[in-house]
Ligand binder design. Structure first.
Ligand code: AMP
Ligand code: MG
Length: 509
């Protein structure tokens, strides 16, 4: 029997069939009022070569072969009706107007029998939403997106997925740090997969331009296909839907805090209506536990999107989404309830996750203080978050000696404070922390910034073995995997401290 290929999947076009679109297909950058999408074609690439493949995502789709021609944008299959989505967004707190898929092109939606999944190529050429840019993506960002989306999923963090990474055979010019030193880099395309790529900004663009009719169509279509338990026909229905969006968003951000992930660009155009982690750009992972850290150099001045502020920014973004839906409500004041659900859900998830990280079993009065004393201690000297929590995940009482591998500077360890805190923790858990729960809340392996960089350095020389090894290790982030321990359960090496791509990333991708 022939292997299942992309053409044997059940292709659908619920989004473009159910929402108003652009009359014109393709074409250069322009404003597209009244539309949710524009038909476009991926640009053919000189030499698409498959480099990375997620067999897990392929299985979900029911795919058995990787067709690099299609995944590289050179060929369209019957049933696909490719388009770029129109959306807007608040960028760094300011309304930025029309943005849209400037380099992402949706091939179509697949009915897997268990739900709809959208397949989208990122980096496959210009669209009406490309503005001043080239519609391309470079290999380094594509590797970062591929590895991180799959790693996040395995960590239990809701995320868009990645099916494939294809190099295009084309060179793309980028001024990586925006300092006037452009260089040619290899181009690549990731095929990403998600329930949909609809963002908060997809709704905002219509509300902000006063186009209530299009807004209503988009909301109706989104609820119908993606939130079938809800209805968009009444205030009650809309509110229940938005509460679910708020709760999902809160859950995802609580997970980010649990694993030490910093998104880096939480603009409202990068907020998924499904509450998925979306748009892997200058994201990063905490190494030293520093709530003020952001990987994004573009945000260095205000650090709006720093680790410690993500929950608050999530609320700000939810408020912008609620505002956008307000024109559809008879009693707009009721929107406050949805914002309350965000805060309540965040508080609940955050407490639960901290209690899991510390094996507390349940959350009680006084635990807040235990946790805040811990997080302030983690900041007294550079302390690796992942290693610290993993070493703590044991069922005999540790002393500060046991935690030593987590500290960067031996001479600066606040030992007395640690021993005192460990005594308190041990008393709180009555000498029996929930070790099994801790081991599922405190990953051993995360995609540290320098790990992704090593994969990129090798890939840029044509060697994908590091990227493939990381993909495998990060499939089981909570398992001991002793064979990888020495290499990947490890603090940031000194070379990575100030290296671009490790401690500093720009939006240039
Ligand atoms: P981001 O900061 O990556 O979320 O992107 C913000 C906006 O810029 C989105 O509308 C992107 O589609 C667009 N964009 C980013 N990079 C490119 C590119 N190389 N070509 C075209 N559009 C881009
Ligand atoms: Mg984006």
């Amino acid at each position: 029997m022939a292997q299942k290929s992309l053409s044997s999947l059940s292709w659908k076009s619920h989004f473009i069939d159910g929402t108003p679109g652009d009359d014109e297909a393709g074409g250069g950058p322009r404003q597209v009022p009244g539309a949710c999408w524009s038909r476009v074609r991926p640009e053919p690439m000189p030499n698409p070569v498959l480099r990375m493949w997620s067999s897990e995502v392929a299985d979900t789709l029911g795919l058995e072969v990787a067709e690099e021609g299609v995944l590289g944008g050179n060929r369209i299959i019957r049933g696909m009706d490719p388009y770029a989505q129109r959306y807007g967004g608040h960028q760094f707190g300011n309304w930025a107007g029309q943005l849209g898929d400037g380099r992402a092109i949706t091939l179509g939606e697949v009915d897997t029998g268990k739900g709809i999944l959208e397949l989208q190529l990122k980096g496959s050429g210009r669209t009406p939403y490309s503005r001043f840019a080239d519609g391309r993506a470079v290999l380094r960002s594509s590797i970062r997106e591929f590895l991180c989306s799959e790693a996040m999923h395995r960590l239990g963090v809701p995320s868009t997925r990645a099916l494939s990474l294809v190099t295009t055979g084309e060179e793309v010019v980028r001024d990586m740090m925006y300092d006037g030193r452009p260089a040619a880099e290899p181009g690549a395309i990731v095929c990403r997969v998600a329930d949909s790529f609809i963002r908060f900004g997809s709704f905002q663009i219509h509300a902000m331009t006063g186009d209530v009719a299009t807004l209503r169509e988009l909301v109706k279509n989104t609820v119908k296909h993606h939130f079938p338990n809800h209805s968009a026909d009444s205030d009650n229905g809309l509110l229940e839907w938005l509460k679910e969006v708020s709760e999902r968003t809160a859950l995802t951000i609580a997970h980010w805090m649990r694993v030490g992930f910093v998104h880096g660009v939480m603009n409202t155009d990068n907020m998924s209506i499904h509450g998925l982690t979306i748009d892997y750009g200058p994201y990063g992972w905490l190494e030293g536990f520093d709530p003020s850290w952001t990987p994004n150099t573009t945000d260095a001045a205000t650090r709006r999107y720093r680790y410690g502020r993500q929950a608050e920014v999530g609320a700000w973004n939810i408020a912008r989404l609620l505002e956008a839906i307000t024109p559809l409500m008879q009693e707009p004041m009721r929107m406050n309830d949805a914002l309350d659900s965000y805060y309540n859900a965040y508080r609940e998830h955050s407490s639960r996750m901290w209690s899991e990280k510390l094996g507390l079993g349940y959350f009680e009065d006084g635990d807040d203080k235990l946790i805040s004393d811990l997080t302030s201690m983690l900041q007294m000297t550079e302390t690796d978050m992942t290693i610290l929590f993993r070493l703590l995940s044991i069922d005999h009482k540790p002393n500060v000696e046991h935690l030593r591998p987590a500290f960067y500077k031996e001479g600066e360890i606040p030992s007395e404070k640690w021993d005192a805190w460990l005594d308190r923790w041990w008393a709180r858990v009555e000498g029996a922390p929930e070790k099994a729960v801790m081991l599922q809340a405190n990953p051993k392996y995360v995609l540290r910034n320098w790990m992704a960089q090593l994969a990129i350095d090798a890939a840029e020389k044509g060697d994908y073995s590091v990227a493939k090894e990381l993909y495998e290790v990060l499939k089981y982030p909570y398992d001991e995997q002793p064979e990888y321990e020495g290499k990947w359960f490890s603090k940031r090496p000194e070379w990575a401290r100030n290296r671009i791509g490790c401690s500093m990333l720009s939006c240039s991708s």
